[in-house]
Structures are given as C-alpha cells and as structure tokens.
Write a protein that binds this ligand. Structure first.
Ligand SMILES: [Zn+2]
Ligand SMILES: [Zn+2]
Length: 327
C-alpha cells in the first residue's frame, strides 16, 4: 500500500456541477482529485468533488484515530476549482492540519483570494472562521514542494521522496498551474483548464515527459470546439479537445491519459463518445469518472511490474445505448 501512488477522482466535471440522471455514470461534481502517496494526502483543486472527499477524510480519521492532514493544490481560482472549499468539512475541525498552495503573488495572494470568495454576504462563514490549522501560500513557478514527515515545505530542488513541481500555463484565461507529483519513481501530471496548441504545447509536453498518468483537459468535442453542426465555437476559451489531449500524451510519451473537465452540457453518452474517439488516437486513455481509482505500482514491488490497475464497473444502460442517442 505504501509503495503505491493512488489517484482517486472525486469531481471530473468542468465549469459547474451537473447533477441528474444523464450524468450519473461519469459524475456531476466539479474538479477534485485525491492523490495518496504513501499516506500523504494531496488534493488537486476544490471543486464540489472535495465535499464528499472531506466527509471521507473525516471518516478515515475517525477510523485511524489520526487527524486529517492534507495538502491542497489549486490549479487556479475559477469557481469550478474553489466552490467546494467552503463545504470541506475537515476545514472546520480544529484538529485538522491543511496546507493550501496555488497561484498568485505575493505569497499572501492566495489567502486573500480565498478569503474574498467566502466573505459575507456571499457566504456566512469566513475563511478565518474555519478553524482547522491552515497554512496558505501562493507559489511561484521556481518553487518545489517537498515533504518531510508528512509536512510540506518549499524548496528549489525536488527530493527523492514525495515532491511536487509546477508549470504556469498561459493557455487558459488568467493562467493556470499545472502540477507534476513525483513519488519514488512514479509520477502524475495534472493539466486541467488548458487549451492545446497546433503542433501541441511543447512546454507542457516537456513538463509531462514520461509521466505514468497525465490528467488532461478534454472539455470539448472536436465539432463543438470548431463550431460545427450547430455548436458555437469554443476556440480560445482555454479548454482542449480529446484529440489535443491525445496529441500531448503522445508528444510527452506518457503511459496513461485521463480525459478530464468534461463539458457540463455533455451527458454520459456524449462523454463516452469522446472516450471512444480518443481510444482510436491513444492506446491507454480513459475518461475520468467520479469514484474511479487508479493505482500506480512502484516498479520494485510488482513482478511483473503492474504499472496500473483501474477499477471497472459496467456502464449503465443509458451509456450502453449511447450510439442511438443524439444530443
Ligand atoms: Zn475549470
Ligand atoms: Zn478555469
């Protein structure tokens, strides 16, 4: 267990939550991914997926008798990446210890932005009133997060144990942080809210090089992005197509690709269609879905090395019938 890097998707939807019968398979919560690296809990973004994650972390804490300790990384401060935080239950528990990192400058900018998000009258509980122990800091691109005894600290060079680097991308309005998490030779890259370039984003391809898992924005179907068949074009909105995600995955030579940040207007049927289109372009790709867990095994602990195992479950009938359904 401790030699595995475990990734769990708690929210995979872009823009806004989408409850309802048409989205139950892939899920309707906005961006939140949990990474468990030998007991270190790293959370990528605080969309509404962080709400059930928070309840789960408290249940685990009760079971183990250890308070919640987690590092939360914000890709950027758009609503769909922050809106779950005011409902993140461990943040109200005084025994919890939370480290929050994200974009902005100077160092206090992230705290000010988060505080502004839940200032009355917009929300009744202020950031300060959430009484977990919190350290909140904006990061610059040259900083690396390393961990000593489960506590993150900032440095300039990654260490051999758990370390996190970031790349600032300009391919999204206002910019976005892309994170690379390395754990004992295993790596994942979280690249949400980013638009592909013609010929691929070379900087991102270099940053994601050889990753075991790349989680990449794939919000729009090709025809939607291009404005064909009745869609309004979305080029320049800062999101990618599955094709762009696959191109990047090829250029970076990653082992596995997760399509992420599904468009809120897409039903399960449509997301399944995107997934199946992508499978023609990249051999090891899946559409991220709520509850899916990916286990990356350390090469020394598996013989033969089982690099990846994913939970599977059968598709619901609505998804099985996707070919007959039209938007
Ligand atoms: Zn987003
Ligand atoms: Zn965004």
């Amino acid at each position: 267990m401790t030699e595995n890097l475990i990734i769990k998707f708690w929210g995979v939807r872009g823009s806004h939550p989408t409850p309802g019968g048409d989205t139950v398979y892939y899920g309707g919560n906005t961006a939140c991914v949990e990474v468990n690296a030998g007991g270190h809990i790293v959370i990528l973004d605080a969309g509404t997926g962080i709400i059930p994650l928070g309840r789960d972390l408290l249940a685990r804490a009760k079971q183990t008798g250890k308070p919640v300790q987690a590092t939360l990384l914000f890709s950027h401060l758009h609503h769909d990446h922050t809106q779950g935080f005011p409902f993140f239950a461990p943040a109200y528990n005084p025994t919890s210890r939370l480290y929050l990192f994200g974009p902005g400058a100077p160092e206090q900018a992230l705290e000010e932005l988060l505080a502004r998000n839940q200032m009355p009258p917009a929300f009744p509980v202020t950031l300060r009133d959430m009484n977990a122990a919190k350290e909140i800091r904006s990061l610059s691109e040259t900083q690396v997060i390393n961990f000593t005894a489960n506590t993150p600290h900032l440095g300039k060079q990654p260490t051999d144990d758990l370390s996190i680097r970031l790349m600032k991308s300009y391919a999204h309005p206002g910019g976005v942080y892309i994170y690379r998490i390395e754990w004992r030779g295993l790596s994942i890259v979280y690249a949400t809210d980013t638009e592909g370039y013609i010929g691929t984003d070379r900087r991102l391809a270099a940053f994601a090089k050889g990753a075991d898992l790349l989680i990449h924005d794939a919000q729009y179907a090709e025809e939607h992005y291009r404005g064909l068949n009745g869609w309004n074009a979305t080029q320049g909105y800062g999101h990618s197509t599955p094709q762009m995600a696959c191109e990047l995955a090829h250029a970076a030579g990653v082992k596995q690709l997760a399509l992420f940040h599904h468009d809120p207007t897409y039903s399960d049927v449509m997301v399944r269609q995107q997934e199946s289109n992508a499978q023609q372009l990249f051999p090891n790709v899946f559409a991220a879905r709520e509850g899916l867990q990916v286990i990356l095994s350390h090469p020394t602990t598996a013989n033969p090395p089982a690099r990846l195992a994913t939970q599977t479950r059968s598709l619901r009938s609505t998804v099985e019938n996707f070919a007959e359904q039209k938007r």
